[in-house]
Design a protein around this ligand. Structure first.
Ligand code: URA
Length: 266
């Protein structure tokens, strides 16, 4: 028998509650969520049904998750609300309690920069300084990102900078798959609102989760992919550059490629 993941039920109960708070009327039960963690095949073939969101919480309270393959139900949070602006979106989600990080964060770190940026950088998750100040990339790695931007004649105000997670994982541990699955719709909405022409994915976590791959970063960097119809370049995370100076050369080459494509498009 499949082992029931700890707290999954509670996690979805909370996610649903905040969705209802944000105005979601219905949810789809069954099927594979677009950006969720890898799920058993049975979930993909489970029958879909659309039911009022309030009822979904009751379904979960009746403990239908993890009961056995046929009965397993998964909630696809496909009914995310959409917003008119980044401010409106941020206002609506900044009290988020979808996952446990909502209880441990100091500040919700939404994102920063030009709301109409052509180029958007996506990192992993806030660290200690970001958590304290509520802004992404303001610690040591952030200072290096500023220097990288300068080197390609760009500035923080010109681009947009966001993260996969909006809240700091305690002790800067890696983001967990459930945290990323619950938080990703926020990033997707940011991308929809900003409409960047190019994305730059900083580091393994951002690259692997957005491109749905386990390929090592060394094989992804310096290449173009597609995310939500937007060309996405992968490079090293600035924190990795601080630890391993030898990566700087490759990162510089990636930045040249990024800048060349940016200048072509703008
Ligand atoms: N590292 C990240 O990935 N994001 C930040 O905001 C800060 C450090």
């Amino acid at each position: 028998m499949r082992k029931k993941p700890a707290n999954l039920q509670e996690l979805f109960r909370r996610a649903l509650s905040s969705q209802i708070d944000l105005g979601m009327g219905e949810v789809v039960l069954g099927g594979r969520p677009a950006l969720g963690p890898r799920l058993p095949e049975a979930l993909a073939t489970a029958k879909k049904k659309v039911i009022p969101a309030g009822e979904a919480i009751e379904e979960f309270s009746r403990n239908r998750i993890g009961d056995g393959d046929d009965q397993q139900m998964m909630i696809s949070l496909s009914q995310e609300a959409s917003y008119g602006s980044l401010e409106e979106h941020c206002q609506a989600i900044c009290e988020c309690q979808r996952c446990a990080l909502g209880r441990t964060r100091t500040k919700f770190v939404y994102g920063v920069g030009n709301p109409h940026a052509d180029l958007m950088f996506i990192g992993e998750a806030p660290g200690a300084e970001e958590d304290r100040l509520g802004e992404p990339f303001v610690g040591r790695a952030g200072k290096l990102l500023d220097r990288i931007l300068e080197a390609i004649q760009m500035s923080r105000d010109q681009v947009y900078i966001g993260n996969i997670l909006k809240c700091r994982p305690p002790g800067n541990r890696d983001p967990q798959p459930d945290e990323m699955a619950l938080c990703l719709p926020y990033l997707q909405e940011q991308i929809r609102l900003i409409e960047p022409k190019l994305l730059c994915l900083l580091g393994r976590v951002a690259a692997q989760v957005l491109l749905k791959t386990t390929t090592p970063l060394g094989k992804l960097r310096g290449r173009w992919f597609d995310f939500q119809g937007v060309p996405a370049m992968v490079t090293y995370h600035p924190a990795a550059l601080l630890r391993f100076q030898a990566y700087k050369k490759d990162c510089w080459a990636d930045m040249q490629m990024l800048k060349a494509r940016h200048d072509e498009l703008t």
